[in-house]
Design a protein around this ligand. Structure first.
Ligand code: SF4
Length: 415
């Protein structure tokens, strides 16, 4: 099922780590020392780090924390934004997806452009600098919807940053319009697209993608769309979705692929590791015995720390997804290589549809409290990591959550 690697690679990966010896400890130390000196951790070495026994993993966490402190100091950032999922109708049938609905299914929706604009205006009035817009691949929408949404928002909110449309949507929209990726993306940029989410990456491996998405958007297509965006000066985030049918070998390979793209284009703003949310996903429901229920907490820690180490010097912002992990675990990651808490979101529906239980919004005041409680300096940023406001000695305007929470606070773990 998985990519066959060289014999040398296999022996390193499959080594019995319970029989660790001095030379193995030295090998781990030398990988970490190299990374602390600015050297590059290879794919093979990444696998060694992911597979380390618990008695050595603290070395990885320490190195990740040092590298985080070197590149970001004690600053931890967040962005005030709103998620707008303009449709949840999609026929792509990705097996990991608990978000998509059929057109006639209960709960399916397609927002009008007026409604999208209204939500953007509401977000702006609540201090948002960004709207993050993504949707399903609705068979009845026109390829023009992407430009129409951008133009409509920009008409009334020219300064709102539009972070929108996954590579899957770019693939879909460009094929509907019979345009090349470069033509389609150039047009969206001219309309006012500011940046793109680097979602739909999942794991950039053909065998895994065949099982997750039937390889409808191939690794090569994902990379081509991302590189095209970067060449047009449309920055994107980078993601990895892990904890399903994948292994540490895939994680290391994926991180190296992202690093290679970054060397070529410099267009990634951050990496966001995304834990697989299993509950309502067909992948898990149809094959409970062979599909994992997302990564363990230990794997979550390793992913954030090793991503920091492997991407050091190339992608220096590692973001934790509080919607997947909850605010308490997200806070823990701030000492394991993470320097960004992502967005306030206001409306989160993708993770919640798949069974995540961590609410829709963390307000700016709450972000600041979580960051301070971790001993770090809270900063509000814009989408591309420019600092907007330092909250070391002041408070953000207290804006109540957009959707009332019925008394439940995401900060219960602090008080
Ligand atoms: S992940 Fe995206 S493209 Fe795949 S089924 Fe879900 S909404 Fe559709």
């Amino acid at each position: 099922m998985f990519i066959k690697k060289s014999k040398e690679f296999d022996s390193l990966v499959l080594r019995d780590h319970n029989k660790q010896d001095k030379s193995f400890d030295d090998e781990v130390d030398s990988i970490l020392e190299k990374s602390l000196k600015g050297g590059e951790v290879t794919e093979k070495e990444g696998v060694v780090l992911f597979n380390l026994d618990n008695n050595l993993i603290h070395k990885v966490f320490n190195a990740a924390d040092k590298l985080r402190a070197r590149s970001n100091g004690d600053r931890v950032t967040f962005v005030v934004n709103r998620n707008i999922n303009f449709t949840n109708v999609c026929y792509m049938g990705c097996k990991f997806c608990g978000f998509a609905k059929k057109m006639d299914q209960k709960g399916s929706e397609l927002l009008s452009i007026d409604e999208v604009v209204l939500r953007a205006q509401e977000a702006w009035d609540r201090g948002a600098t960004e709207v993050c817009i993504q949707g399903g691949l609705h068979p009845k929408i026109s390829g023009d919807i992407y430009r129409d949404i951008i133009l409509a928002i920009k008409k009334i909110l020219p300064d709102m940053h539009i972070h929108a449309f996954s590579p899957f949507e770019i693939w879909f929209g460009s094929s509907k319009k019979k345009m090349t990726y470069v033509e389609f993306l150039r047009d969206l940029k001219e309309c006012g697209l500011g940046s793109m989410p680097g979602t739909a990456a999942e794991i950039l491996d053909i065998n895994i993608r065949k099982r997750l998405t039937k390889d409808k958007l191939s690794t090569e297509q994902w990379i081509e769309i991302i590189k095209t965006a970067h060449q047009l000066k449309i920055p994107t985030s980078a993601t990895i979705m892990y904890g399903h049918i994948d292994t540490p070998a895939h994680w290391s390979m994926h991180l190296v692929k992202l690093r290679e793209i970054q060397k070529e284009t410099g267009g990634f703003t951050e990496l966001v590791p995304l834990s697989f949310v299993y509950k309502d996903s067909p992948l898990y429901i149809e094959n409970r015995s062979r599909v994992r229920r997302g990564p363990t907490l230990d794997e979550v820690k390793r992913m954030h720390a090793i991503a920091r180490i492997m991407l050091n010097g190339w992608i220096n912002n590692i973001q934790v997804s509080w919607t997947k992990l909850g605010p308490q675990v997200a806070q823990e990651m701030l000492n394991l290589g993470v320097n960004d808490l992502g967005g306030t979101l206001m409306n989160e529906s993708i993770s919640r549809s798949a069974g995540s239980e961590f609410g829709q919004e963390i307000t700016a005041s709450e972000m600041v409290k979580i960051i301070r409680h971790a001993g770090k300096i809270p900063m509000q940023r814009n989408t591309v990591y420019g600092v907007k406001k330092n909250f070391e000695n002041c408070e953000p305007k207290d804006v109540p959550p957009l959707v009332p929470r019925n008394g439940k606070s995401p900060l219960e773990f602090i008080s």
